[in-house]
Write a protein that binds this ligand. Structure first.
Ligand code: PA5
Length: 432
């Protein structure tokens, strides 16, 4: 299992303080489990890994196979909760190579995300990069009315129809949306696109383990059985009583720190493959807790890269920060440093040490320095970057976020603030 460790933060919150919070955590857990707290219409994610629709899951796997057979590119259109989970999973399990691999006879399959901004330049780059390659589209929108994906879908649908005709395009479009409502549902039914359902009781930011995340993740060639198995194990693990429950402890510790003036949480990673896990996590916690004038501000940094840019602030700036570090215990690959005769770069002292060992020492040194500098450090240990552990991680954060929201007295499942910019944008665009 993944593990949560707050040992080095004990100088900031004593054990008796956490013990004092146990009744509050137990009450929050009871609200969640009895489905009687605010937003309880949106708790479908809570037992989803145990009770998901097996028939749809099979269809997702079949669709993923068909996409890979028919196409060289899958364009995944969606924004917010309809994008970040899949992007996080794909980058975590199969990171985009830092330099595109060219040449060789191997046929490449690429996944590209669109409709996650209104950038004309970005979308024309995607269209240009597809060129004359065969492609399919998975358009994802729970409401079916979100502007960004709707605009992108118009563009890519037109390109598909130009290339394959209306009937051919139909064979390459997959719609993930509400089971009965919204413009996308109407369009999908009318055009006969293969459709997948975003369950009514699962909000966008909690939807990664529904068809929203699963189809693109499976199309990327990632083992979604293992992902769901990991999540299912996490469901069982995080049902345990407060004292034995890492997920509840994480929720309690971050709230205890917040109550002491630590208003901002940085999700830290030492592996580029975790960058989008942080993007997904920021939406999860930001939309769930940031309301009623409250909330821990979720931010993220990629170390050691950002130690050379944000490191100064974290070490010496305003003391309102705490860090949660994602630590991958076993790297996917590693290599040893070797000796050189002249030692002109002064690195011979590292000969025989592996790069991952050096990375881990950097993490340890940073944790000590930041803790000394007044930045409490929490750690989430992930044994390996596999779909199985990712399933655990997704569920760990989802449940911790729900408990955390209840601890701070908000409804963790609504997002009334997201509408404000849309109202102004629509008025400026003259929408009737
Ligand atoms: O969490 C949320 O509700 C939002 O981020 C949505 O996921 C995002 O706005 C996309 O919405 P939809 O799936 O309805 O297009």
């Amino acid at each position: 299992m993944i593990q949560f460790d707050h040992t080095t933060a004990r100088t900031f919150i004593a054990d008796h303080e956490l013990e004092a919070m146990e009744p509050q955590v137990a009450a929050a857990a009871k609200l969640l489990d009895s489905r009687s707290g605010p937003g309880s219409d949106f708790l479908g994610w809570l037992d989803l890994p145990l009770k998901y629709d097996r028939a749809e899951f099979k269809r997702i796997k079949a669709a993923a196979k068909k996409i890979r057979r028919q196409s060289e590119v899958l364009v995944v259109i969606g924004i917010g909760g309809s994008y970040l989970g899949a992007k996080a999973a794909v980058e975590f399990c199969k990171p985009t190579p830092p330099l595109p691999i060219r040449g060789g006879r191997k046929k490449h399959f690429d996944l590209v995300f669109a409709g996650n901004s209104l950038s004309a330049s970005y979308h024309s780059q995607v269209l240009e990069a597809i060129g004359d390659r065969d492609f399919s589209v998975n358009v994802i929108s729970k409401s079916g009315t979100t502007t960004e994906p709707a605009v992108a879908f118009r563009l890519f649908r037109q390109k598909l129809e130009e290339k394959y005709g209306k009937t051919g395009a139909r064979e390459r479009i997959y719609a993930t949306t509400d089971k009965s409502r919204g413009a996308l549902k109407t369009l999908a039914t009318q055009e006969g696109y293969e459709s997948f359902v975003v369950p009514d009781d699962v909000g966008g930011r909690y939807s990664v383990l529904t068809a929203v995340g699963l189809l693109p993740i499976a199309a990327a060639g990632i083992d979604i059985d293992a992902l769901m198995r990991g999540a299912a194990d996490a469901v069982k693990q995080y049902k345990k009583p407060v004292k034995e429950n890492d997920c509840y402890r994480y929720a309690a510790v971050r709230n205890a720190l917040h109550r002491k003036g630590k208003d901002m949480e940085l999700l830290v990673n030492y592996e580029p493959r975790c960058h989008y896990i942080a993007e997904w996590w920021k939406q999860l916690f930001g939309e769930s807790e940031g309301k009623d004038g409250k909330g821990i501000f979720p931010a993220s940094v990629d170390f050691t890269t950002d130690l050379h840019s944000m490191g100064q602030y974290i070490q010496d700036g305003r003391r309102m920060l705490f860090e949660t570090v994602l630590e991958i215990e076993k790297p996917e690959s590693d290599f040893n440093l070797f000796k050189t005769g002249d030692d002109l770069d002064g690195l011979n002292y590292l000969a025989g040490k592996s790069l991952d060992y050096i990375n881990k020492k950097a993490a340890e040194g940073t944790r000590m320095a930041h803790t000394d500098g007044g930045v409490p450090n929490l750690v989430v240990r992930i044994p390996e970057a596999t779909p199985y552990y990712l399933g655990q991680l997704f569920f760990f954060f989802e449940k911790a976020c729900a408990i955390s929201g209840y601890l701070s007295g908000v409804n963790p499942f609504d997002q009334p603030g997201v509408e404000a910019y849309k109202k102004n944008m629509f008025a400026l665009l003259g929408k009737k």
